[in-house]
Design a binder for this molecule. Structure first.
Ligand SMILES: [Zn+2]
Length: 110
């Protein structure tokens, strides 16, 4: 009985039938869009996680970059020295850096 009523509503071009069709279309769009949005969010999350992950040179196990040492074999990660070096470089006071200013004559003819 309910299905007959629904089919009648869909077949008869009434406002209620159109409303039902719009509702069905909206639901269908939502059902199609939700997996896409979820997969997109999952991909972004995975990329963020991947940027924080580092693989061990000794055993090949993946671990978090923040720990600095492999959780499996205890070997320090190779890029730990790189980050320390870059930190030391960035800690150089700005006053130590020299900026070369070269005075150039502007050609007045041009
Ligand atoms: Zn390891």
């Amino acid at each position: 009985m309910l299905w007959i009523a629904v089919v009648l509503l869909l077949l008869v071009p009434t406002a209620a039938g159109r409303l039902l069709l719009d509702l069905a279309g909206g639901l269908l769009l939502a059902l199609l869009a939700i997996p896409l949005i979820l997969s997109g969010l999952g991909w972004i999350g995975w990329k963020l996680l991947q940027s924080r992950m580092v693989s061990c040179n000794a055993c090949g196990a993946t671990g978090l970059k923040g720990t600095g040492v492999c959780a499996v074999c205890g070997t320090p990660y190779a890029n730990a020295g790189e980050t320390a070096g870059s930190a030391a470089a960035s800690s150089t006071p700005a006053s130590d850096l020299t900026i070369d200013v070269i005075a150039q004559d502007v050609d007045s003819d041009s």
